[in-house]
Design a binder for this molecule. Sequence first.
Ligand code: PGA
Length: 255
Amino acid sequence: MSVEPPRPLVAGNWKMNGLKAQTAVLTEILAGYVPALRSRVDLAICPPATLVGRFTEMAAGSAIGIGGQDCHAKAAGAFTGDLSAEMLADMGATYVLVGHSERRQYHGETDSEVAAKALAAHRAGLVAIVCIGETKDEREAGKTLDVVRTQLAGSVPDGSTSQNLIVAYEPVWAIGTGLTPTASDVEEVHAVIRASLGALVGAEEQGRVRILYGGSVKPSNAAELMAVPNVNGALVGGASLVAADFLGIANAYHA
Ligand code: PGA
């Protein structure tokens, strides 16, 4: 059964970048999100937690969603330095990234922890953007599809739907490197993710979940990557820090 492709989303992940002065970037993005663009693509920005409240105020009424970059699995408690999905929601966030490869790599997050965080996001009413992707060694060993299937199955919690789950496929070796997989490699992985979603969200929702591609997306490659079947948008790191680049990527959807 074929369904309408989901409405695309271009989401920016600012990582540990952004001081008060960078609010000007959001101002520029807001100005560039003109009705013709808004009619074709959703936008979101995930700034550092320190700017989430400020950004939700700035973006109020604009249809640009604001998200966190991580959350704790618990709603509150003695977890110094952490923040909960409820806190992000309380600041007006609507999305949260979970299981980004930098969290998996530098904070040792496992699939089951990622699933618990995604569940926390759902509990708080946030959309969880669950990130998965293979390392260079895994790709070279021909394990990409197995890794992606395993991470997806382990990281997507029960109760996920197209309304509260977005999957981001980000090959670790493509993040921040300027390298990207070929369109046909992306197509192969996204098709496997789409197929695997059936068992996780049910046949009804399988075709509706947005699957983003991430890893060195820039204005010059966005049109090609976004045209790949089952690519329903992008998760953008470096290029999301420059308004013209972020909007240039979103404009891949501007016919
Ligand atoms: P990049 O990062 O666009 O800078 O490669 C993507 C990401 O880590 O989400």
